[in-house]
Design a binder for this molecule. Structure first.
Ligand SMILES: *Cc1c(COP(=O)(O)O)cnc(C)c1O
Length: 363
């Protein structure tokens, strides 16, 4: 019997979602984005399941090292690149590929005698996000510097990142894409622009290499289209159990601060999940959960280890019964709306304390 919070990870659904990417963009190669512990799903298990990816991408060097240590042999791109000579050497030793965003990162290559040259590296170009990226005016100089470096063994690809990909009709998307296309047409180098929202909504943006993250986990990047509408299958189901049931008299309060007051005599279930597990405190007094496939409301504040749920309208609920925080019948996208955040944050936040159980069966 399950007596603690468990995130069930459906690996067949994960593979299905990768096949969706291939169907949408059959002529592009796929760099599956598994940063932040594969958006909370477990980077090593996800990498082992997504062997059909042409490459993987993570944000930082330690994430890449963790995958190499686990025996993942595909190309692994470090999206933030490295910021010191020591890290540059480590990346080369472990055959990790780098994204360069600025000249100081590129200057690290000068004079470094790497144990093996870097392969499959990328330049991040600034096209409108104004976060990371090299101004396009600098491109020619930088390409010369890179091609002269004995530490680079292959030509570099050109990458940029949409600021508003989830706003399908935003004019900024076209502007950004046009800028990247202009320079890639001239240089003939490989291109990579599209994240999940762009893969799903903008075939023009597909280019040579896709960078899907969110959609692999079966989550919609769009406020007005469900995962199902997009042919995606949710991968994570977060569940826990009822550990106590309280009868709360009308006028009495529940939880820290007495934030919720019973209007009538109420049955309140205490569920073993809290912000220490990554269940957002923003869901205090607003979140919905499923008990016996029926909706029940979170009452009072989310604590570190538990929440209180009003089950007055449900019959025959007992201690030990399962509660779904998101998953079948309760999309993480809708829970994110209740929490006034994005589904990316909810799944990334699921903490180490939550057991991950991997299912290999049918999607
Ligand atoms: C995280 C990330 C992605 C993946 O984005 P999704 O919206 O999750 O598909 C792609 N590219 C870069 C540079 C990223 O940082």
């Amino acid at each position: 019997m399950q007596t603690y919070p468990v995130a069930t990870i459906n690996l067949a659904a994960l593979k299905h979602n990768l096949s969706r990417v291939k169907l949408l963009a059959p002529n592009s190669r796929i760099m599956s984005v598994i940063k932040a512990n594969a958006y909370g799903h477990g980077a090593i298990e996800v990498a082992h399941a997504l062997t059909d990816s042409d490459a993987f991408a993570v944000a930082r060097l330690p994430e890449g090292l963790q995958l190499r240590t686990a025996g993942i042999s595909q190309p692994i791109v470090i999206l933030e690149g490295v910021h010191s000579v020591v890290d540059l050497h480590t990346a080369a030793e472990h055959a990790l590929s780098l994204v360069f965003h600025n000249e100081p990162q590129i200057d690290l290559l000068d004079g470094a005698q790497l144990t093996q040259p870097l392969r499959f590296c990328w330049l991040m170009l600034e096209t409108g996000m104004h976060r990371l990226g090299l101004p396009i005016e600098k491109l020619n100089d930088v390409l010369q510097q890179l091609s002269a470096s004995p530490n680079m063994s292959e030509s570099i690809g050109l990458m940029s990142h949409f600021a508003n990909a989830d706003e399908v009709d935003d004019a900024c998307n076209t502007q950004q894409l046009n800028q990247l296309k202009q320079v890639t047409n001239q240089s003939g180098l490989a291109t990579s622009m599209a994240n999940s929202a762009a893969i799903l909504s903008n075939p023009e943006s597909h280019g040579d290499w896709l960078r899907p993250g969110l959609m692999l986990y079966g989550i919609s990047p769009f406020g007005d289209r469900s995962a199902e509408d997009l042919g995606l299958k949710p991968v994570m189901q977060l569940q826990s159990v009822i550990t106590a049931i309280q009868t709360v008299k009308a006028g009495k309060h529940v939880g820290y601060g007495g934030d919720w007051t019973a209007k009538a005599d109420s049955q309140i279930a205490i569920v073993s999940i809290g912000y220490g597990d990554g269940y957002s405190r923003q869901l205090s007094n607003t979140g919905n959960v499923l008990v016996h496939d029926q909706t029940a409301r979170v009452v009072g504040r989310v604590s570190m280890d538990m929440i209180a749920v009003d089950i007055s309208h449900l019959s025959s609920v007992s201690i030990g019964d399962k509660v779904t925080l998101w998953g079948d019948g309760l999309a993480v996208e809708s829970v994110a709306q209740q929490a006034k955040t994005i589904p990316y944050e909810l799944v990334c936040q699921v903490s180490d304390r939550v057991l991950r159980e991997y299912q290999h069966g049918e999607a």
